[in-house]
Design a protein around this ligand. Structure first.
Ligand SMILES: Cc1cc2nc3c(=O)[nH]c(=O)nc-3n(C[C@H](O)[C@H](O)[C@H](O)COP(=O)(O)OP(=O)(O)OC[C@H]3O[C@@H](n4cnc5c(N)ncnc54)[C@H](O)[C@@H]3O)c2cc1C
Length: 513
């Protein structure tokens, strides 16, 4: 890829993200055996497992590690079509943030006490990523300096007011506080940033180092990992390009428990796992499967990375290590790196069709241009700074923008899905809950009120394809256009505003108002 001072930067496409390339290089230098394909070879032939896990991102790996801790004799087999961390867990922005900005939605969904318990569980997860990494020798650049939500246009000025008030009203006013413009500028100086809010329990990490560290620890605890192994059929169900609707072959009969789950794979030839139960941590890929697809819309998110600019960070005063996000619905999220770069993502990706996770998620130069334009707008003084890398990935959006953790009715198949672009900390909690579901125990390390709030509910379904794709595409583009108009200090026309309000009118938390 050619580094450019401005204009379009070609994303990495099928190549690894910058984070993952760094992490794999460090891993190979530290322990060539661990990095070799022999550590996690593709599955060949038939094997058995107490628990089979599909997906080698944070969800699958945390679940595997918790099961290994709770039931050391259990045979856990994890199946990953790529390599562990090859998906969004190795290519995200690395924000581990609390849920206090989601408190009003959480209260709507779980009541005050459930909402607060859930938010406290996510706070614990933010902290535990740090303590776990330190205890297990994973240097994931854990930096717990909080995160700032900022307004970068008049239309964004009051976006956090409701959440800040809900935190104060529930006795957790210290978890999300408004900051006046001077206080924001003292942390990061920008001519377009107006006011903001600060969430102290938030960290940034090198996401791929965490994913690969989880893989190492899982292997050390006896988890059998098969990379390069794609699950083609799960308990009689197959993925379909229409998002699993009307496709996918024979559905297993609901209500039959106590029978094993049969999983067929491809990779180095056909493979099969016969497991007592299964855990699905497929993220956006779940959109292709009949049991999961209707509750997800897939969306792309892209990140661009600057050259190292530590002295320029000094100039804008952004040396505290805080995460930063503007208050657009199609938000820009920014963080600094250990070597003084800025990584900025978002600004509006595209909808995927059905269950297809194709080039739109990894090779969309328009999306990286949008992320880069966000950087240049927020920090005009960085105009000449080169963009050195860019990459993207899919996110799994749920109707209420919050994850669902549960069990497919009548089948020993457990899942976590719908992180909606905020999965780094929640996936740790999901791992605890999924381990409990798979082992038939209460989740360990999760308060009962939090477990009650977080486990068992399911976000509402989306319309079938092609309506899901068309709706998501039209509305999302309308939101991007409206927010661009508002950033210029203008008011969007009534038709555009009405289109962007449609999701909320239909009961989906997927639009700004
Ligand atoms: C660009 C980007 C930026 C993001 N930034 C942030 C952020 O800053 N903070 C935050 O909290 N969240 C962020 N997210 C979201 C976050 O990365 C995810 O929510 C999180 O990684 C989900 O973890 P997971 O294990 O569920 O999914 P993944 O990491 O996607 O893992 C799922 C795995 O399943 C595998 N798989 C799929 N289908 C099959 C199959 N049939 N057989 C076998 N394996 C299969 C995939 O190859 C993949 O490795 C971001 C996402 C993207 C794309």
């Amino acid at each position: 890829m050619t580094a450019r001072a401005s204009g379009h930067v070609r994303p990495t496409g099928a190549r690894r993200s910058w984070w993952l390339r760094e992490a794999l290089a460090a891993e190979a230098a530290a322990d060539p055996g661990l990095a070799s394909p022999d550590a996690a070879p593709p599955l060949r032939g038939t094997t058995t497992a107490d628990v089979a896990i599909v997906g080698g991102g944070y969800t699958g790996l945390w679940t595997a590690i918790r099961i290994a801790e709770q039931a050391p004799g259990a045979r856990v087999v994890l199946l990953e079509s790529d390599i562990c961390g090859g998906g969004p867990s190795g290519r995200n922005g690395g924000f581990a943030t609390g849920w206090w900005d989601e408190l009003p939605t959480l209260i709507e969904r779980h009541g005050v006490s459930g909402a607060v318990s859930a938010a406290l569980a996510i706070d614990d997860a933010v902290d535990e990523i740090g303590t776990w990494s330190a205890a297990n020798g994973v240097d994931a650049w854990y930096t717990r300096r909080g995160t700032l939500s900022v307004s970068a246009a008049p239309a964004q000025d009051d976006k956090w007011v409701e959440a800040v008030a809900a935190c104060a009203a529930t006795g957790y006013g210290d978890r999300y506080q408004s900051l006046d413009p001077q206080a924001v500028q003292a942390r990061v100086a920008s001519p377009v940033i107006r006011a903001g809010a600060f969430m102290p329990v938030a960290a940034t990490i090198q996401p791929a180092v965490l994913a690969r560290g989880l893989r190492r620890v899982a292997l050390e605890r006896g988890v059998v990992i098969h990379e390069g192994t794609r699950v083609e059929e799960l308990d009689g169900e197959r993925p379909g390009w229409l998002g699993g609707i009307g496709s996918g072959g024979r559905r297993a009969q609901a209500g039959k428990t106590g029978r094993p789950v049969r999983i067929r794979t491809s990779g180095d030839g056909p493979g099969e796992v016969i497991a007592g139960s299964a855990v699905v941590g497929m993220n956006a890929w779940a959109a292709a499967w009949p049991s999961f697809g209707r509750r997800l819309v897939t969306w792309s998110s892209y990140i661009v990375l600057t050259e190292p600019i530590p002295d320029r960070l000094e100039e804008i005063g952004w040396t505290g290590g805080e995460g930063l996000a503007d208050a657009r619905f199609t938000l820009h999220y920014l963080r600094t790196t250990r070597d003084g770069r800025i990584a900025i993502g978002g600004g509006g990706g595209r909808a995927g069709f059905g269950g297809r996770i194709g080039a739109v998620f990894t090779d969309d130069a328009t999306a990286t241009a949008r992320a880069e334009a966000g950087l240049r707008r927020l920090f005009p003084s960085l105009r000449g700074v080169r963009i050195e890398d860019a990459w993207g990935g899919p996110i799994d959006i749920s109707a209420d923008h919050l994850p669902s953790i549960g069990t497919v009715p009548g089948r020993p198949i457990h899942f976590a899905q719908g992180y909606s672009g905020n999965g780094v900390a929640p996936s740790l909690v999901a791992g605890r809950a999924l381990a409990g579901l798979a082992l038939g125990t209460e989740p360990v390390g999760l308060a009962p009120e939090a477990a009650e709030a977080l486990v068992g509910g399911r976000a509402r379904a989306f319309p079938p394809e092609p309506f899901r794709y068309l709706g998501a595409r039209v509305i999302r583009e309308a939101i991007v256009r409206r927010e661009a108009i508002e950033e210029r200090g203008e008011t969007a026309g009534p038709v555009l505003r009405e289109i962007t309000r449609l999701p909320r009118r239909l009961g989906y938390h997927l639009s700004p108002d």
